[in-house]
Design a protein around this ligand. Structure first.
Ligand code: KDG
Length: 299
C-alpha cells in the first residue's frame, strides 16, 4: 500500500503536508529479507495507477523481485494513513475494493512453488475479501514439496469488523512456522501464554510468541527458548513485527540455533522501532554480528 504520514504536527484533519511512503506487512518482510541477502519476491496486486507504480518502485528499489505482482486495471492500489506515535500508531485504511483485495486462487500460480524455499503469509490477507481467504486456505492445504510456509498472525481488528476472525486459528494451524504477539494471541485464541497457546496450535513445527519489549519465545521440537529484546527508544512501532519476522526467518533459513534466530529477529525489530516509516535503515553489520553470538549476560 501507499502510506501517508503527516509531515507536520497537529490534528490530522488540519495537516496539509504529508510524507508519502510505502508499507505493507508482507512487502516489508520481503524488503528486510532481501537486505539480509535472501533472494525474495513479493507477490501481490496493485492498481494500474500512480500509487501502484510508487509501490512497485519502492519495493523493487530495495531489490525485491516484483515481476509477479498483478497490475489490476479494474481496482485501485490500497492506501493507508499512519499517525506516528511511540505508543502505537493509529492507522486508517482506504483499501476496500483495492487491487490486493481482488486476489484469489489464480494468484497461486504466480508463486513458483516448485522453486521457493519459503512462502511467507500474514493474517492480514484473509481479512481483505472472500477470494483472498479462499486463496490462503488453498495455499495452506496443498501438499508442500520442498518449501515451508510461515504465517505472521498480524492481527488487524479494523479489517475484521465485518468478518469472522476465528478463521485465523484454522489458517495458522496449517502453517509450518507461526509468529504471533502475545497480545494478539490473547485476542484470537484467548491466551498469550506460549505454552498454553502451543496446546491450541499443535500444527506448526515452530511457534514464536513475541512478548513486546520483554522478548520472544520459540517453541520447537518439544523445547522452549526465550531471548530478551533489545532496549531502544521507540520512535514508532509499526513495522517492527515484520522486521522481526524477516530476521528470524533469515536466520532459520541459514540453519542457525534458536537463540541466534530470536536475536536476529530482535535486531531487525530494533532498527524498525527507530523510524516512523515501516522499514528503517538497517543496523550496521559490525553492530549486529557480535550481538548475534554474544554471551547471554552481555546481550
Ligand atoms: O506490519 C506493518 C503493517 O501493518 C503495515 O505496513 C500496514 O500491512 C499493513 C496493514 O495491513 O496493517
Amino acid at each position: 500500500m501507499v502510506m501517508m504520514v503527516p509531515a507536520e504536527p497537529g490534528p490530522v484533519h488540519l495537516v496539509r503536508t504529508w510524507h508519502r511512503a510505502v508499507g505493507g506487512a508482507e512487502s516489508n518482510v520481503a524488503v528486510h529479507l532481501t537486505r539480509l541477502g535472501i533472494r525474495s519476491s513479493w507477490v501481490s496486486a496493485v492498481g494500474d495507477d500512480s500509487f501502484g507504480l510508487a509501490v512497485l518502485d519502492a519495493v523493487g528499489g530495495h531489490g525485491v523481485d516484483v515481476s509477479k505482482v498483478r497490475i489490476d486495471p479494474t481496482r485501485p492500489t490500497g492506501l493507508y494513513v499512519k499517525e506516528a506515535s511511540p505508543n502505537g500508531s493509529p492507522v486508517r485504511y482506504y483499501r476496500r475494493g483495492s487491487a490486493a483485495s481482488g486476489m484469489g486462487l489464480e494468484m497461486i500460480d504466480r508463486l513458483g512453488l516448485g522453486e521457493v524455499k519459503l512462502v511467507h503469509l500474514s493474517g492480514i490477507t484473509p481479512a481483505l475479501s472472500d477470494s483472498c481467504l479462499a486463496m490462503m486456505r488453498e495455499l495452506l492445504r496443498r501438499p508442500r514439496h520442498g518449501f515451508k510456509i510461515s504465517f505472521d498472525l498480524n492481527w488487524r481488528p479494523a479489517l475484521w469488523a465485518d468478518r469472522d476472525p476465528r478463521v485465523l486459528r484454522e489458517l495458522a494451524d496449517m502453517a509450518d512456522v507461526v509468529l504471533a504477539g502475545s497480545d494478539e494471541a490473547e485476542l484470537v485464541w484467548g491466551t498469550g501464554d506460549a505454552a498454553r497457546l502451543r496446546k491450541l496450535l499443535p500444527g506448526p513445527s515452530a511457534l514464536v510468541v513475541k512478548q513486546g519489549a520483554e522478548g520472544a519465545t520459540l517453541l520447537e521440537s518439544g523445547s522452549s527458548h526465550f531471548e530478551p529484546a533489545l532496549k531502544v527508544e521507540v520512535v514508532e512501532p509499526v513495522g517492527a513485527g515484520d522486521a522481526f519476522a524477516a530476521g528470524f526467518l533469515a536466520a532459520t533459513l541459514a540453519g542457525e540455533a534458536p537463540s541466534v534466530r530470536l536475536r536476529a529477529g530482535h535486531l531487525q525489530a530494533a532498527a524498525a522501532l527507530l523510524t516512523a516509516e515501516d522499514v528503517g535503515d538497517p543496523l550496521p553489520d559490525d553492530v549486529t554480528d557480535p550481538l548475534l553470538h554474544a554471551d547471554p549476560q552481555t546481550w
